[in-house]
Design a protein around this ligand. Sequence first.
Ligand code: BGC
Length: 354
Amino acid sequence: MTTYPLPLAKDFEDKINNKNTHLITLRNRAGMQIALTDYGARLVSALVPDKYGNLIDVVLGFDSIKGYVNAQEQYHGATIGRFCNRIAAGKFCIDDQEFTLALNNGPNSLHGGKEGFHTKVWDRQVSFKKLVDFYYVSADGEEGFPGELKTSVSYELSNENEIIIKFRATTNATTIINLTNHAYFNLNGEGNGDVLNHIVQINSDEFVPINDQQIPEGGVMPVEGTAFDFREPKSIAQDFEAKEEQLINGTGYDHCFVNKQPLSQAAAHAYSKDSGICLEVFTTEPGLQFYTGNFLADDQGKSGHKYLRYGGFCFEAQHYPDSPNQKDFPTVLLKPGEVFQSEIRYKFSIKKEA
Ligand code: BGC
């Protein structure tokens, strides 16, 4: 059996842009453990009990800061900002003023630009070994976004095996904001094959269709009668090969589902029969990007195994992609005097066999 130790703190003691980096670990009364780093305010590991009582690490990632810095996939476990997902042509307007972002995903801007929040070393404060607050002040004009943005992200590990992530931000000039967490999960353990056998349920009637550059074409589309209907649990593999335009445009599932569930009801869950581990996601956000790791290449992860295509999936709670340019989508504007707040909860449990 593979054992999954937490990474060593000393391998996270490094320096990026003159700021020291660290590993922080939290453990709850049920024995679950998580590791976080201030480099990108990211989730490094989550050791969760499987149905045999073994702790397995269900989060993809690396065992050192260097691993994260040198990875092809830059977003493992990170806080994504200022604007997660894509902005068409890297352009948007606020009050008739046009702003231009760097293009880092073909002709579009992705995940906050070339040096998004995932590349920053955040300040940190640890409370009662249960809660970590990360802070970052993004300067006016950073990556082309207007306004100085003061951001905090807190991670708490509850005794109910939940990772509770709370985002907060304020600005001194009207700006746009869309924050998420980009953890890749494999409920059979990171590096342990692909996730296509996972059973997924997404409580959404609609999703945001995208063109072949993964930009919304306008509006939302019913899941009914498509491969995107996850209202009843089914394996990811079940409709994965369907010859549907949306699956082709996303190179698999890489779409934002409309979330109408309140924070108290799961927006989605995933489950592995092999490990028995179930992950439910709860959020305040109107969208949930379900991404099946279609562009994972061959980074070598914590277990020493390669992270191949479909080796992990993400449940990224967020506002819809390209919202600033889509007038029917919920607003992503943040104005001076307002406080942006959002929450994501990843809750782990063992599912009893039916
Ligand atoms: C996006 C993918 C992208 C990936 C990069 C996801 O949030 O939806 O299209 O390739 O992030 O990590």
